[in-house]
Design a protein around this ligand. Structure first.
Ligand code: SF4
Length: 70
Protein backbone atom coordinates (compact mmCIF):
# COMPACT_ATOMS: atom_id res chain seq x y z
CA UNK A 1 0.00 0.00 0.00
CA UNK A 2 1.54 3.34 -1.01
CA UNK A 3 1.76 6.21 1.45
CA UNK A 4 -1.07 8.71 1.18
CA UNK A 5 0.01 11.98 -0.40
CA UNK A 6 -2.30 14.29 1.51
CA UNK A 7 0.55 15.37 3.78
CA UNK A 8 2.53 16.59 0.77
CA UNK A 9 4.69 14.62 -1.58
CA UNK A 10 7.63 17.03 -1.52
CA UNK A 11 9.29 17.52 -4.89
CA UNK A 12 6.65 15.42 -6.65
CA UNK A 13 4.07 18.13 -5.97
CA UNK A 14 5.96 20.40 -8.36
CA UNK A 15 7.02 17.75 -10.88
CA UNK A 16 5.47 17.24 -14.29
CA UNK A 17 5.77 13.46 -13.86
CA UNK A 18 3.45 13.28 -10.85
CA UNK A 19 -0.11 12.08 -11.18
CA UNK A 20 -2.30 12.30 -8.10
CA UNK A 21 -4.51 9.23 -7.77
CA UNK A 22 -7.53 9.38 -5.46
CA UNK A 23 -9.01 6.25 -3.91
CA UNK A 24 -12.60 5.57 -2.95
CA UNK A 25 -11.96 6.51 0.69
CA UNK A 26 -10.84 10.04 -0.11
CA UNK A 27 -7.08 9.53 0.21
CA UNK A 28 -4.73 10.77 -2.49
CA UNK A 29 -1.64 8.94 -3.67
CA UNK A 30 1.30 10.36 -5.57
CA UNK A 31 2.07 8.23 -8.63
CA UNK A 32 5.28 8.74 -10.60
CA UNK A 33 4.65 8.48 -14.34
CA UNK A 34 8.37 7.87 -14.93
CA UNK A 35 7.88 4.42 -13.38
CA UNK A 36 6.11 3.35 -16.58
CA UNK A 37 9.27 3.63 -18.67
CA UNK A 38 12.11 3.52 -16.13
CA UNK A 39 12.31 0.81 -13.43
CA UNK A 40 14.53 3.05 -11.29
CA UNK A 41 11.46 5.04 -10.30
CA UNK A 42 8.92 3.45 -7.97
CA UNK A 43 5.29 3.70 -9.03
CA UNK A 44 4.43 5.17 -5.63
CA UNK A 45 7.55 6.87 -4.23
CA UNK A 46 7.93 7.17 -0.48
CA UNK A 47 6.82 10.70 0.36
CA UNK A 48 7.91 13.34 0.92
CA UNK A 49 10.45 13.06 -1.90
CA UNK A 50 13.30 15.45 -1.06
CA UNK A 51 15.71 14.67 -3.90
CA UNK A 52 15.06 13.07 -7.27
CA UNK A 53 17.19 13.00 -10.43
CA UNK A 54 14.07 12.79 -12.56
CA UNK A 55 12.44 15.93 -11.18
CA UNK A 56 11.23 18.37 -13.82
CA UNK A 57 9.39 21.43 -12.59
CA UNK A 58 5.89 22.06 -13.86
CA UNK A 59 5.51 25.46 -15.46
CA UNK A 60 2.41 26.72 -13.62
CA UNK A 61 2.06 29.61 -16.07
CA UNK A 62 0.88 27.06 -18.61
CA UNK A 63 -1.86 25.77 -16.32
CA UNK A 64 -2.14 22.35 -14.70
CA UNK A 65 0.25 19.57 -15.67
CA UNK A 66 -0.96 17.66 -18.76
CA UNK A 67 -1.25 14.48 -16.68
CA UNK A 68 -3.13 16.15 -13.82
CA UNK A 69 -6.50 14.68 -12.96
CA UNK A 70 -9.23 16.65 -11.17
S1 SF4 B 1 10.27 12.01 -11.30
FE1 SF4 B 1 10.85 12.14 -9.11
S2 SF4 B 1 10.02 14.10 -8.40
FE2 SF4 B 1 9.00 13.58 -10.34
S3 SF4 B 1 7.11 12.49 -9.74
FE3 SF4 B 1 8.69 10.95 -10.11
S4 SF4 B 1 9.60 10.58 -8.08
FE4 SF4 B 1 8.47 12.52 -7.97
Amino acid sequence: MPAAAHVGAGLCERCRHQRVVPNTRGSRFSLCERSKTDPHYPKYPRVPVLECPGFEEVDRREGPAPNARP
